[in-house]
Each structure stands twice: as C-alpha cells, then as structure tokens.
Design a protein around this ligand. Sequence first.
Ligand code: F3S
Length: 405
Amino acid sequence: MMCLNLTRYEEDILRGKHGEAKQLAMRIIAKIAESMGAEGLVEIVSVQAMAHFGSLHIAGRDWLEKLACMGGKCCVPTTQDPSSIPFEKWEEMGYDSEYSENQLRLRDAIIKLGEFPAWSCTPYNQGSVPRFGQNVAWAESSAVIYANSILGARTNRTPAGLAICAALTGRAPGFGMYLEENRRAQIRVNVEAGALSDLDYNTIGIVLGKTVGNKVPALFGIPQSATNDNLKYLGASAASSGSVALCHIDKVTPEAIMGDPFRGEKPECELTIDRRILDETAASMCAPPHGQPDLVVTGCPHSSASEVLKIGRLLEGKRIKPGKGFWIFTNYETDSLMRRMGVVQQLEQSGVKMMVSTCLVISPLVGAYRTLMTDSGKFASYLPSEHSVGLIYASIEDCINTVAE
Ligand code: F3S
C-alpha cells in the first residue's frame, strides 16, 4: 500500500489471502497508518477492545456483527471493557429490555469473534499482562496509561473501531506511543504534599490531567511504597481529566528506573503539586446538588481483590442504612475469588451490591438516586454529567461512614 512499508504477511492480508474480515480490518489499519504518517505497522501481542452498547450504539453493534458474519477471528488474546449491563442482574434491577437485548447481541458477537469475555477495564488484573517493551493495542484509557507507565508496554489510546481491526490482524499503525522518541518525558512534576492517602493518588491524577493534557509527565516525590491500586487510580484520573497516555514516575515505573525519563533533554516546564492544590482540587470535584448522598459507587477502574477485601473489613458488623445504596464495580475473577473467601457473602448481607462486569459511566443509572459519593477520581470526572447527579468525592472510609451504620 503506497508509502507504507508492509511485510509480506501484511500485504497478503490486504490482498484477501487470509479472508474477507482480515482484509477489511487491514485496509482500515493501513488507511489510519497512512493518515498518521506512520512508516509501517507494529506487531501486537494483545488487544483491549470495546463492546459496550452505551458507547457503540447500533452502528457499533452492526460493525461487530458484520465482522463476525464475515468469519473474523481474533489472532491475539483480546479482552474488552465492561458491559453496559450487569449480565446476571439486569432483569432483576430493571434495565430497559431493548437496550439490554442490544448488549446481549454484542456479547454474542464478541464470542463469535473469539474474544475472551472478560468485561473489565483492568485486563492486567486478569492475566493480560504484556512484558516490558511489548506492543499491545488497548482501547481503555485507564488501561492504556497503566500498560505504558507501570508495565512499560507500548500502546496508543486505540479507538474502539481500530482495536477490533488490530485483534483480527495482530497489527496496529506504528505511530505515537509505539515509537521511542514519543515516550520521552516533557514536563517535570514535583509532588510535595507529605504523606499520601489513597484518595490523594486519585487527586494527583486529576491535577496532572488538567495541567499536562496529552503531554508525557515525569513525577518526582511518589513513594516506592505506592501500591498498584494507587498507581491504577492515579493513571485513570489523569487519563480522564486530561488525555495522558504515559506517565513516568521516578524510582517507580520501569522506564524511569532504567534511565533519565527526559532522555538528556530539558523539561519544557516544571510544576509542583502541594497539599493546598490537592485539597482544593478534591473539593472542586464535588458537584451540586449535594445534600446527603444516597448511593456510594466504587471500583473505577474495577476494584481489585485487595480493595474488595478492605471494604469487607471496613464494613464488618455494619449495615448499609435504609434508603441508601453501596455498589462495588468489579470483574468476574475478583468477585469469584472474594466469594471463595466468603467476603462477597458478608458484603451482600451488609446490603452491598456487587456490580460485576459493568461500569456506571457507560450504562444507565437504574434507580432514583440524586447524589452519588465516590472515592474514584475517574467516576468523579464523569458521573455528574453522564447521569445529571450531584457528587461527593471522598475517601472510601468516609463513604462507608456516611452510608453505613
Ligand atoms: Fe472502568 Fe468504567 Fe471506570 S470502564 S475505568 S469502571 S469509567
């Protein structure tokens, strides 16, 4: 294809030697690569795709069904973001049946295409873990920043339509974060806020996204004791309040451990995040109408086993107050693990609802809730506008103390 350097295998796909679906997918990849000025394609080892009706709508449903009818099959391990309905609870919770039917058709399509039905935004907690330096094509922005920064793998913020093409061909357009020169840090960020709470990591991410936009920051002052969950929230918040795809962290992330994240060049600018900035930003995330929250939502990105365990401990001997709700968003694997420990049963007895395989940003809010409360910077960024609700942004301990007794 004209100015692109393609391998024999890639050219064969374009000529239709590997079937109609792969050919169509490769045409799209090649067009995007050309329009982005890429010299060629990169080989990828996994895909995080999207198949939620809340974003894909009828057009996206038809697109995936068409590829499945054409005989398309994923040739690399492919997972996908959460569904727009909780598959096991949508009827009992009163989700609209036409909407749900569309989501079920999308579920059928991805199975035919050979995707693993993971339905989670944390594929790295479910066995999809690329090694340092490997290329992947991931679509979920919180997973993209995690892959690039924490794992040292390489991916752009892949659009949903392109992700499935990458899954069918094992290739992605070679531009952006796949190229070494684009991974250099551009902005130095000093975190000087004393001891950091779990909520602070979310808030640092929010500040980062709002100030650096789509540039690559290098953070200094994050302790090596930061957990993977802390870093997950920092990245998810930065990728949602801005469009950060890669964030180096001094002494923590692999490319910053291996060498100078600025690659010998001077940072374009330097900024400091102190305690005042963190507290003011946290306060600014609350959205009116406040009043008393009627629903706590946590697990954005999906809660890990450690987080569910922690909530179980905090709620031991307590119950969610009448008229209030507490929803934990997580994936099948975490739910299953916590069930085997008896934690989910205890949480359900306390009045907690496990929202497995789904996400509140990309699904309807079922129930008459006016003010939500969350410990997630990404939920806080999106939920007030998505569902026209008030929002209180606070630590998980405060969330529990507010709605449980
Ligand atoms: Fe995951 Fe939905 Fe949050 S996809 S990162 S729970 S917005």
